[in-house]
Design a protein around this ligand. Sequence first.
Ligand code: GTP
Ligand code: MG
Length: 138
Amino acid sequence: METITLTMIKPDAVAAGNAGAILGKIAEAGFKIKALKMTQLTISDAQRFYEVHKGKPFYESLVEFMTSGPIVAAVLEKGNAVADFRTFIGATNPADAAEGTIRKLYATSVTQNAIHGSDSDENAQIEASFHFAQREMF
Ligand code: GTP
Ligand code: MG
């Protein structure tokens, strides 16, 4: 069954000029782009997006980093999209990420870890609606 996931190419990877290469790898891996944009999160956007982490020691630095520059947000479709995409991007901490994964290739720290992927089908829907109007998803 085709399902969706929501990704953000994070400010570190966009600033380093890696957004195009990452989108190419996403397409090569069989994910179909259903929505795509470059945007920049406001502080309140990032606080809302990462509300589940509120109160954790890294929350403030996560919000600061995610608002520090433009990101590329996309809705991706594939069979088993959420789990397959998380395998494709690698572990949260790039030091633990498998060879060939996006985070192994492009992340520089657990905060500046290049890319986001939704963690459940339910959150994928919520996160897709967070970034895109219905008429922007194809
Ligand atoms: P996302 O795809 O970005 O959601 O990453 P994830 O699902 O692999 O990790 P999680 O949702 O648990 O955390 C969200 C983000 O918070 C991570 O991508 C990290 O940038 C950051 N983060 C999570 N855990 C830690 C931590 O222990 N230390 C620091 N400094 N940052 C963390
Ligand atoms: Mg997460």
